[in-house]
Design a protein around this ligand. Sequence first.
Ligand SMILES: Cc1ncc(C[n+]2csc(CCOP(=O)(O)OP(=O)(O)O)c2C)c(N)n1
Length: 351
Amino acid sequence: MSTALMSDSVPVRLYRTMRVIREFEITAQRLLAQNRIKGGLHLSVGQEAVAAGVCDVLRRADHITSTHRGHGHCLAKGGEPGRMMAELFARSAGYCGGRSGSMHIADPRSGILGANAIVGGGIPIAVGSGFAGKARGDDHVAVAFFGEGAVAEGAFHESLNLAALWRLPVIFVCENNEYAELSHISVHLPTRDVADFAAPYGMPGVIVDGNDAVAVREKAAEAVARARAGDGPTLLECKTYRWMGHFEGDQQRYRDKAEVERWRQNDPLERLRQSYVAASGLGDDLAEIDAAVRDEVARAVEWAEAAEPAGPEAVAAHVYHDDGPFRTAPAVPLQDGMVRHDAVAPHDPAR
Ligand SMILES: Cc1ncc(C[n+]2csc(CCOP(=O)(O)OP(=O)(O)O)c2C)c(N)n1
């Protein structure tokens, strides 16, 4: 067995996590093209260093919230490729019983409070998690991953405000990949640096090369230490780029092929490989990790595809209370002929 396969050193761990994310997503892309999975797919290829670097300094019980481009965050936080693939295949063995598809994967046991199709939607959820940690008095932290497209949302500003005011243990991680859907950052924000938005809320705003996993990890570790110590939130902006379209099928007429090519030359995996080989003097034994990860993801696909499809009867599970279909609560007469419908009391034996 190679040194890399046995090693749990930081660079090897980061490389492995990024390789799992890359392999998972390239495989999902192929499965969609082959019509073996359905639904929208937003890939984070090129951005793997952010998820890997940040999640490497989190504990399992810490929380993350994610976005529509969330496979990397979930995998880096401990999501299993098989159960995530099962979600993409709409199998009941998936994390959400096959109901979530790619965009809403959640696994509270791994601290994944959910990917989220609402831009900015995960940010206040992370603040709620940070608030809960502070109320319990433990050293829990919560991370909100989001893109620069979320920064013009009210939820972003309300979240930073409250987290700063109450010194909550939250790390706001912006993956600034320059484009929100088809719009370059220059047409929807008055600055190129999202970190500028930290100062008005009195928190540190840190910029890091988001394609350098070791640098991301270092800055994330500082923010996490600050949060655990009770010193409040940090806004960490990771400058990166998505190689693929906004979604699979995006024609990408809004950007130059040369620009994409430049960023492909700035591959976070290749950068880490080169620095690892140079530092270890061991030669390129990371290829064994590549092969092991390829096998792991192939096995995940095989297992997920063969698993039981989620049936139509599962559609309403967790939407309405288990003891029956949606029922309108009895009308309670109020003044002036108005009525009020109380929330359904699920355990009310009279119902
Ligand atoms: C509240 C809301 N507004 C608009 C959309 C449509 N939409 C989906 S993704 C997206 C762009 C998001 O860009 P960004 O936050 O930078 O993330 P990225 O796609 O670059 O990862 C938009 C506008 C949405 N899903 N939710």
